[in-house]
Design a protein around this ligand. Sequence first.
Ligand code: SF4
Length: 220
Amino acid sequence: MPKNNAEKILKILKNNFSLPKWVSTERNPFQTLVVTIISQNTAGKNTIRAFEALSNRLPITPEALAKADLKEIEASLHVAGLFRNKARVIKKVSQIIIERFHGSLDWIYSMPFEKTRETLLSLPGVGPKTADVVLLFSAKRPTIPVDTHVERVSKRLGLVPEKANYEDIRTALQTLYLPDDYLDVHLLFISLGRSYCKALKPLCKQCPVSGLCPSKRIED
Ligand code: SF4
């Protein structure tokens, strides 16, 4: 698909969706890491409820969470899926950040991009999507996190091949779009996926980018 189709799609999405309220680029890297671990397999609303409950009980710092009672972290995360496992991961990752990085993730602002990403990926509970969210949201580093919506929408719109994996999709989208648009691409593709380009029954008739979509279904 030519680059200008990708640009047209983004322009239409910008005109049709506002950025979701749960999104914050104001959190520091550690807070973003914690909220992203909580968000795994959990809806946005429950992620924020769990994060706020945790913030009300404990400071969101590696020091506080490393020494917190596991039960206290679990109790805060109760509304999120897999909360016991997430509580363990948050405590563990906090301990590692203290041991390996003197309690700070501030190196993500300045270390070379690939080295930063690789180091984040070495932490427990951090896969490619979590690493990319932390890099993009809290440090404005140039990467596009690929979640299930971004993957589905990118494939249906013909922006990436059907068999593309995480890295293929991330690289292709980053080639099609300018770094200043990476956050919008991530968030607006999620909005499109949630509102219209649903996994089982895409609402192609109402979809704002149907005119540019090779996967458009005639019947909704
Ligand atoms: S036209 Fe249908 S398949 Fe294409 S992006 Fe819109 S909802 Fe998805």
